[in-house]
Ligand binder design. Structure first.
Ligand code: DER
Length: 223
């Protein structure tokens, strides 16, 4: 979804914000990919940079772009650049790429979390299904707990594999539809408390900057 030109504009603008010598969290998805490629260009021009990937996908893309990779054991990110599936103010729903567990780890560890998106992601209030990464043995109990919270859990099927999506961490993903989410913080706390849930895709109050690409340029919102 969303226009590639807008995603590219946002991603490339985010890459410009990165200072020499920085450790950068590398998000997952097609918008963050534009930032990774742009950072690779800057590395080619002499930028000193180390990247912390959030998935196999972002790690492979960063290696192709010539970015040196490190882990959270080596350093905390000065800045992290990541996409989102839906944005309301500075609250996000993420997890479209089934990478939200490691994304939240890296995004929340960073001094500055920059979200990059196209305009189709912005809404007044969050109503996108919330992805949960769950232990495989927990899918039924978690689905029941989600129903108890008024949501409807659906096991995420894979596109090019029989059966369900399996995450980089070896777990399953439940996409949970709660309709319009009145209090993202409250729902997030309730989801975190369900046994077997590794991480949910509500990123509440974590984003510091939101860069939205438009055909005419990039809108920047800073918290
Ligand atoms: O998985 C994620 O949270 C990603 O950031 C993703 O959902 C956004 O993907 P996109 O930039 O390809 O729309």
């Amino acid at each position: 979804g969303g226009s590639e030109a807008a995603k590219r504009a946002a991603g490339e603008r985010a890459a410009e914000l990165v200072e020499d010598g920085a450790v950068v969290g590398l998000g997952t998805g097609s918008t963050a990919a534009h930032a990774i490629r742009a950072l690779g260009e800057r590395v080619g021009q002499g930028l000193d940079l180390r990247g912390i990937p959030t998935s196999y996908g972002s790690a492979d893309l960063a290696r192709e772009a010539g970015i040196e990779l490190v882990t959270l054991d080596d350093a905390l990110p000065d800045v992290t650049i990541d996409g989102a599936d839906q944005i309301a103010g500075f609250d996000l729903i993420k997890g479209g790429g089934a990478a939200h567990t490691r994304e939240k780890l890296v995004d929340s560890a960073a001094k500055r979390f920059v979200v990059v998106a196209d305009p189709s992601k912005e809404v007044e209030s969050l109503d996108h299904p919330v992805p949960l990464e769950v232990l495989p043995s927990a899918r039924e109990p978690v689905s029941r707990a989600v129903a108890g919270l008024g949501g409807e859990a659906e096991l995420r099927g894979a596109e090019r594999k029989d059966g369900p999506v399996v995450t980089d961490n070896g777990n399953l993903v439940l996409d949970c539809d709660f309709g319009r989410i009145e209090s993202p913080a409250e729902l997030g706390d309730e989801l975190s408390a369900i046994p077997g849930v590794l991480e949910h895709g509500l990123f509440v109050g974590l984003a510091d900057d939101v860069l939205v690409g438009t055909d005419g340029g990039v809108e920047e919102r800073r918290r």
